[in-house]
Design a protein around this ligand. Sequence first.
Ligand code: ATP
Length: 301
Amino acid sequence: MSVIEVSELRKSYGGRTVVDGVSFTVDEGEIFGILGPNGAGKTTTVECVEGLRVPDAGRVRVTGLDPIADHEQVARVLGAQLQQSELQPKLTVREALELYACFYPNPADWRPLAERLGLTAKLGTRFGKLSGGQRQRLFIALALIGNPRAVVLDELTTGLDPRARRDTWELIEDVRESGVTVLLVTHFMEEAQRLCDRIAVIDKGRVAALDTPAGLIRRSAGATVISFTPSAPLDDHDLTSLPAIASIERKDGRITLSGTDETVNAVITLLARHRVTAHQLRVTDATLDDAFLDLTKEAAA
Ligand SMILES: Nc1ncnc2c1ncn2[C@@H]1O[C@H](COP(=O)(O)OP(=O)(O)OP(=O)(O)O)[C@@H](O)[C@H]1O
């Protein structure tokens, strides 16, 4: 069952279209990622889902409700992450939790929530004195305090050190384990690959691809990467005419090619034909990073 439905969503600012027919659905219990370059329209899209922006066209539904017409009911089922500026620096963690619990008819008990998010020792600390990771944990707690069915987390781990980022990933996985659906906007490929069940890659206001992380990698042109140092020079023409070749790079005598399994087999045949030995031959799967660059490369060109 879908918790969030977005269909043919459009939004312009001052005549410039920034969301241009975006469609996706988020199923109950999944972590759905929205990934895209800067300015692609990700935040505008999720703000339309949250009812913070009015779409120019298209349909948005959150558990069947319209985020604009049914704003209050949507606010009860959809937890949204606050922006830093929305919390007074002098408010303590306990005060923030108590305050936000008052906004909802059936709030979660904030004590176990604080415990689960590792905030119990910080209840008396003012927001302004919390570290980046502690603030993000508080934001997750505040997004969950109304017992929502889904949460929107936008760039939650930006600015965190690698340790705090990994801790936050575990918390997001816990959130999903507890039955809450997660809509996650992120810039980090590793984060999307690790956490998301499915990802919509948004580019120039459109959905460039929508699939599981593994599916996105498979469908990108260079899903397999082969690198080696040849014992004798190889002709450029021989390499560019390999089947399904997506990219060729030469650096310090080493050749890195991306393509498909067919490309790998053809490289092996080519090497044998020329009696060239491949030193330090490595065949690896492309990462989501490679797939992302491939899927959004038209925009960069
Ligand atoms: N209120 C606004 N008025 C005018 N232009 C806006 C407004 N909000 C966003 N934009 C522009 O719309 C485009 C899409 O912005 P949006 O924040 O949705 O992108 P994004 O994919 O979330 O980007 P980022 O990854 O940089 O956060 C950008 O070019 C941005 O400058």
